[in-house]
Unconditional design. Structure first.
Length: 171
């Protein structure tokens, strides 16, 4: 059975390969340091049969955004700078890709952001897509591209719950 848990020293980071050297390097060399320093949180997808093997991972963090960079209909609603959550990284091991595991982790990340929003003020959830295919992937869940940077996407807090329902419906 698959489960998501916080990255810890028992997980075999050195064995993980998603096919993107930048993401592999982050998991292997930086993720635990950021976790320990409170910079971000990295969660891993593991199988109960081999709980130390990382099948996938995602990293979430807080960020501050200049609202004039948001689509016009949202920018007018907020002060000049506003707090938000960010999906900083999302990766699945090469041999497990194209099986819905990224979507499974995205659901979990969205649920975590919803829980945070119940206790702290944030305006939404951001992600930087690596390319147009990734952009299209996030757009299917309601993420909106920023007008000036089309690979930077925003999911308003008001639609997070709807996105979570949409993503859950795909499982």
């Amino acid at each position: 059975m698959l489960r998501i848990e916080t990255l810890d020293k028992e997980h075999h980071r050195s064995d993980f390969d998603c096919g993107v050297p930048e993401l592999n390097r982050y998991l292997k060399n930086i993720a635990r340091q950021h976790l320990n320093r409170g910079i971000s949180r990295t969660f891993v997808l593991v199988d109960d049969a081999v709980p130390t093997e990382i099948t996938g991972f995602f990293t979430v963090a807080f960020c501050e955004v200049f609202v004039e960079k948001l689509p016009r209909e949202y920018a007018k609603k907020y002060p000049h700078k506003a707090p938000a959550a960010k999906l900083a990284r999302l990766a699945v091991a090469k041999e497990r890709q194209r099986r819905g595991l990224g979507m499974h982790m995205l659901i979990n990340a969205i649920e975590r952001v919803i829980n945070v929003s119940n206790n702290l003020g944030i305006i939404g959830f951001f992600v930087d897509a690596k390319n147009n295919d990734a952009k299209a992937y996030y757009e299917q869940f309601g993420f909106i591209p920023r007008p000036d940077r089309l690979l930077e996407l925003f999911l308003p807090l008001a639609t997070l719950r709807k996105a979570c329902d949409t993503v859950s419906g795909h499982l």
